[in-house]
Each structure stands twice: as C-alpha cells, then as structure tokens.
Write a protein that binds this ligand. Structure first.
Ligand code: G6P
Length: 369
C-alpha cells in the first residue's frame, strides 16, 4: 500500500502533491504555447451556436459545486453571459428555466454522481446544450453529454477531493477564455497573456507545497479547536466554502465557510478567543474590505489565520498566523489559495488521528440519491 502511495502516508497527501503535474496534464494538450491559441477539439458548439447562447447553467455537488461557484466568477467576467450555479439535488426538482440557448455545464470528478447526472438529463430534456467537465473517462455523465472536457488529473483515491478540484478550475479557465475569444471579448494578445499566467502556475503551486512543514505546525497550534470559520470575498468566497468542507470532511471539526461581508449578519456572534478564523486576504479589488473584516474578528479576540502574499505586511502585522502564497492573477488565485487549506485540513485530521482517506459516513462517489 505504501508503494501505491509513492511514500506518502495517505492518498490525499499524495494527491495534494500531484497538483502541479495534474494541472500541466489538464492544459498542455489544449494550448499551443507559441501562438497562444486554445484548442478545444472536444467542444462541439460551432461559433454561431456559441453566439446564440443566452446563459450558462452549471450543476454539480460537493467540491465540484465549489468549482462551479468559482467558474461563475470566471465565466461571467470573461464571456459576459449570465451564469447560474446549482446543486444537482436542487436543480433536478425545481423545474429549472433552461432552453436550447442554455449551455449546461455539469462538473463531476467521478462522472457518476446521481444528482448531477439527473440534473444533466433534466436540462437535456428541456433542450439545453451540454458540456461535462469530468475526470473519470467514459463515466455516465461523460457519455451522456454532447461535449466532454476531461480534466486528466489521474485517478483520485482519497475521498476528499483535491487535484480533481484544481484541475476543474483550470478547465473552467480554458473554457472561459475559449468562449470569450469566440464571442469577441478577448483578443489574441490578451489570451496569450492569460495563458502565460497559467503556464507559471504549476511552479507557484510548488512554492505553496514547500510550506508543508510550516502548515503542519500551524495545524498543531489549532488542532484542538471545536469550530472553525473560513472567510473570503468575491472569487475567494467559494474557496472559503471549500476550505471549511475539507476540514469537516476529514477532521470532523465543525467548520463554516462564509462570504466575509455577510459575517455581520450571523457568524460574528460565534467569535471569541477560542475560534480560529481562516481568512483569504490576498491583494484583490476587495482587499480593503477584507482588512476591515479581519479587524472585526480581532476586536472580538478571534484567532486569525490569514492566507496572504509573503510581502503583505498590512496583513502580517495584524494577525496571529500567516500562511504565505505567491502572487498570480485574480482569476487564477483560487487555484493557489485552496492548497494551504487542503494541507491545513489534512494535517489537522492526521494529527487528530482520523481515517483521512476513508472518512466515516462519506463515499467517494454518491451514485444513489
Ligand atoms: C462526494 C465526494 C466529494 C465530491 C462529491 C461530488 O461527496 O466525497 O469529494 O466532491 O461527491 O463528486 P463528483 O464525483 O460528482 O465530483
């Protein structure tokens, strides 16, 4: 078993460390590094059909749903189309408004999640065009979709999803750029810049992985807490949700992810000297707003763990603990920011001695309702 895990203690840790490689496998066959072109042979809508689209609807469950939420930020800003995101289990029963001018994007690592599959079928019945983002080749969702974009992350064994998530985000980025170009919102030189940023990402991911030991020590410091709060804004809000989900899935600590601006409408009541609050506080258009939220947490003696750039002294001087991340573009930053949260959840769970790869009550793929 140790050999299968390539020397890592758990599949989850191995899969976290595979992410720089997995990302490259997602994009390398789809980009021409010289011309800055994106080649999506798997996408079956012609340019006229793309121009006729009126909206994009994304359906997914669990971690894949969080990828869809990040995708909404990417696709709305790149393609200037309304993007709606729903959970498979909600979408399938609400008589959703979709038609032949809707592109239904289903996102699923396994391609077998019953609720996501049912959502895809429901949308197809209503005439929607369909595109699946899947990791498992030949899975049901892949087979039943008009177009399939494979993430090529390789098999994911740990129940808590890691490399499937970051490769889903890269997929959404490539799809967004591709559609934006067809719709005339991106010029070739802009696409080239966006791709250059993507090509740099695997190295930056490695820089975050190099913080592994420091993150374990941080885990040691906070592992006894009974509750955690995760805060983010904008495109980082879904990453707060994902960080909280990772922690609760494998460590069984209650954790909540929240959009930081909404804190005053509820979660602020929970803050005291026992509550670790993980904040995503890198430079972004809402950085100042995030700083105010950090101050609100500190004023109530919450223990702030900030994920921020290593040279971001504004944050570092304020908070109890900082996890440094390198700089990248706003659209790609979620991919970088989720890594320390995966590692933090992993180490806290491992230190508490839970069954990290097979957490109680959870399944890798939920093929029944
Ligand atoms: C289960 C897994 C999660 C996963 C979710 C959706 O809950 O434990 O890790 O995110 O299913 O799975 P999918 O295969 O559709 O991405």
């Amino acid at each position: 078993a140790m050999a299968e895990k390539a020397g890592y203690k758990h599949f989850m840790l191995k899969e976290i460390f595979e992410q720089p490689r997995a990302l490259i496998d997602t994009f390398r066959h789809r980009v021409d590094p010289h011309g800055g072109e994106i080649i999506l042979e798997e996408f079956h809508l012609n340019p006229d059909e793309v121009k006729r689209l009126k909206k994009i609807t994304m359906v997914a469950c669990g971690t894949s749903f969080h990828a869809a939420l990040v995708g909404k930020f990417m696709l709305e800003s790149l393609c200037r189309l309304p993007v709606e995101v729903d959970l498979g289990s909600e979408f399938r029963y609400r008589d959703p408004f979709v038609d032949s001018q809707t592109l239904l994007i289903s996102i699923s690592q396994s391609g077998e999640t019953a609720d996501t599959l049912a959502g895809l079928r429901e949308a197809k019945t209503k005439g929607a065009r369909s595109l699946a983002i899947c990791n498992a080749v030949g899975s049901s969702i892949a087979r039943e979709s008009e177009s399939v974009f494979y993430t090529h992350a390789g098999p994911e064994i740990g129940v808590a999803s890691t490399k499937a998530f970051t490769t889903q985000l890269v997929s959404l980025y490539l799809i967004g750029l591709y559609l934006a170009k067809q719709l005339g919102y991106r010029q070739p030189d802009q696409i080239q810049q966006n791709l250059q940023a993507l090509f740099k990402l695997p190295t930056l991911l490695q820089d975050v992985l190099d913080e592994n030991r420091a993150i374990r020590e941080i885990g040691q410091k906070y592992m006894k807490a009974n509750n955690f709060l995760y805060l983010g804004r904008g495109i980082h809000y879904p990453i707060a949700l994902e960080g909280a989900l990772k922690l609760k899935e494998i460590s069984y600590i209650h954790a909540e992810g929240y959009p930081a601006g909404e804190m005053k409408h509820g979660p602020i009541a929970l803050i005291d000297e026992h509550l670790p609050v993980v904040v995503l506080a890198t430079r972004s258009p809402v950085f100042e707003k995030m700083m105010s939220n950090i101050e609100e947490v500190i004023a109530r003696r919450g223990r702030v763990i900030a994920v921020s750039e290593s040279d971001n002294d504004t944050v570092r001087e304020k908070v109890e603990t900082t996890i440094p991340v390198p700089e990248t573009s706003l659209e790609l930053s979620p991919i970088l920011l989720v890594l320390p949260l995966q590692l933090l959840a992993y180490h806290i769970a491992d230190l508490r001695g839970t069954d990290v790869d097979q957490p109680r009550n959870l399944a890798k793929s939920v093929t029944v309702e």
